[in-house]
Write a protein that binds this ligand. Structure first.
Ligand SMILES: Nc1ncnc2c1ncn2[C@@H]1O[C@H](COP(=O)(O)OP(=O)(O)O)[C@@H](O)[C@H]1O
Ligand SMILES: Cc1ncsc1CCOP(=O)(O)O
Ligand SMILES: [Mg+2]
Length: 263
């Protein structure tokens, strides 16, 4: 775990390029900005190579895409590979909608992702483990979460983050668990999307160690939410969302170190 990557984001202000979704785009852009990186969104395939060229990481969110956008996502992933930019994928709801799972699988055959970030329902689907996902949410199941994440990582040759009450981060062999967080994250649509793009920001300053970048992003994001909830209580999701933005901007490495819970 290298919490000082947070300071490096603020020093370097890396550009993080996103395919976002219309539901959470504002949260994603402001979350990246608040933590100290620089967001840019794209909806036009013609600008792909240039966009990737000015960016230090690329985050692809599959939250709400139409057919033409699949071509754009494919071009963006392939350009990220060609230009050696770290590539993060958020496979929103692939556990609930078979069409999405098929699109995600097709895309991942055509480019190599570095980090996949999803909830249990999404990661179980990509790992081909039986699970009862519910829409964009994790849903329920009995399988071991660390094993699901490892299976997915081995299958896709990527670092995998299975987020939830505990975040499991794995490269297929090693597993780190982050225990920080607050249930308030579940009451704010877009928490997962924010985390995925913030993983991109950490990858951008990581010198290629995406396993370490993914762990650190999970710790910083979850611990920041926990700091907010400790003062706010657990009943105010609207205020939480606003205060989370403030806290992402204000939180220091020392603040995170004080409450970090991981093994
Ligand atoms: N019950 C919970 N308790 C604490 N933290 C949580 C809980 N559920 C989710 N989180 C945190 O919320 C963030 C978003 O993760 P998650 O809710 O799994 O994504 P998604 O919104 O894609 O389903 C992560 O930082 C995760 O640690
Ligand atoms: C509600 C919804 N519908 C399609 S994408 C989306 C947002 C998902 O956001 P998150 O997974 O971060 O909660
Ligand atoms: Mg999600």
């Amino acid at each position: 775990m290298k919490i000082s990557l947070l300071d490096e984001i603020r020093e370097k202000n890396p550009v993080v390029l996103n395919i976002s979704n219309f539901v959470t785009v504002q949260d994603v852009a402001n979350g990246i900005n608040a933590i100290g990186a620089s967001p840019i969104m794209s909806e036009e395939i013609a600008e792909t190579d240039e966009m990737v060229g000015i960016s230090s990481a690329v985050a692809l969110n599959l939250g709400a895409f139409s057919k033409p956008q699949v071509d754009h996502i494919l071009a963006m992933g392939q350009a990220a590979n060609a230009q050696h930019r770290p590539l993060v994928l958020d496979p929103v709801a692939v556990g609930a909608i078979s069409y999405r799972k098929q699109v995600a699988a097709d895309l991942m055959r055509q480019f190599q992702v570095d980090v996949i970030r999803g909830n249990a329902g999404e990661i179980a689907a990509l790992a081909e483990v039986a699970w009862d996902a519910k829409g964009i949410d994790a849903g329920s199941g009995n399988a071991d979460l660390a094993e699901i994440a490892k299976t997915c990582a081995k299958k896709q040759h990527a670092v995998v983050i299975l987020s939830g009450e505990t975040d499991y981060i794995t490269d297929g062999e090693r597993v780190v668990r982050v225990q920080n967080g607050t249930p308030l994250f579940q009451l704010h649509v877009g928490s997962g999307d924010m985390l995925s793009s913030i993983v991109g920001a950490f990858c951008a300053v990581s010198d290629g160690d995406y396993f370490e970048a993914a762990q650190t992003a999970c710790l910083v994001f979850a611990a920041t939410g926990e700091i907010v909830a400790n003062q706010l209580g657990e009943e105010r999701p609207g205020t939480f969302a606003a205060q989370l933005m403030d806290a992402l901007h204000l939180v220091s490495v020392a603040d995170i170190e004080k409450i970090a819970k991981f093994d």
